[in-house]
Design a protein around this ligand. Sequence first.
Ligand SMILES: [Zn+2]
Length: 404
Amino acid sequence: MVKIAREYVRLVLAMGPHDKDYVDAYYGPEDLKKEAEGAKLTLDAIGTGVKALQAQLAAVPAPADELGQLRHHYLEKQLSAMAARVQMLKGERLSFDEESKALYDAVAPTYPESHFQEVLDRLEKRFPGSGSLVDRYDAWRRAFVIPREKLDTVFKAAIGACRERTAAHVTLPAAEQFTVEYVTNKSWSGYNWYQGNFKSLIQVNTDLPIYIDRAIDLACHEGYPGHHVYNALLEQHLVRDRGWIEFTVYPLFSPQSLIAEGTANFGIDVTFPGRGRAVYEQSRLFPLAGLDAARAPEYYEVMALVDQLSYAGNEAARKYLNGQIDAAGAAAWLERYALMPRERAAQRVRFFDQYRSYVINYNYGKDLVRTFIESRGGTPDRPDRRWQEFEKLLSSPRLPSGLR
Ligand SMILES: [Zn+2]
């Protein structure tokens, strides 16, 4: 397994020059990186290498212990996803669902327009008037934008709250820390770049207005107990404690991403169960942002409805990537069914172009993680158990099909 793991890392690194987004993080041995770079493998050579490695792995008997089995299964799935990504880079086009199955080991449910229309009808009643619903909603929401000059203060407070709550339940490596940067001109709104040694760089995109609820979203998702903690726990438990080198590299277009995004999103609910989040934001973040805290309940009431439109984004991506609608059509769909104002819809379509079926990892990933944690007794009424199961998932190489 040591040889197989090493060769896996070398092949993932070899993908870098062919796909700038593929190697999301690497903190393994420097010589392995130099070796991979020096070899300048073609896509065909990587594809051949993956096949050979799959055969070697199949010849190794699966271990008896659960973690060992998860590791074995993880490598199998990561390799088959790499083979699919190689084919895509060579020009092969899969349907949206075929692609998500091949890369992320999951197929998200499909919803008809009527599913979203029912939610939109309720929002229509909440925001009566002329013009499009998205414009009326957008105008209302402007009162909840964090002013640019208060962003860092609000974000730091949110990170502090998320860290404190996470550290009360999860043993974090002593050296863990991250830095925050504000950036522009990206297709995403936030990003965690894991750097190894329990450190992350978190970037927040300020191209578009950042609403008050995004502070906790970002702080939990990118930081605690999201990506930063997930990566730090994998480094602690799998890389350092066990010497499993394959976890020093993170190929973005792989099943691991569904677990990463799903846990990062579900982690928000684990950290702030029930009304806890609204209470915290109203009492602490609204004042820090200079917003009218008396309007917080109204804000969360509407956001709970809008949240039910989350899968509309997947439908736009599915139709767009399947060639049923063009970029303008996808943006129009997002405006109408996901209530994204024009510029945000345009940003989202750029995300579809760059990351494609990756979109399912956020919402479907969250739903799969929730079902898994709750099936193990981590229900909302048992917060300690919920954290325990969550930490266990963050510290193990479990993959999407293993959540079902
Ligand atoms: Zn993420």
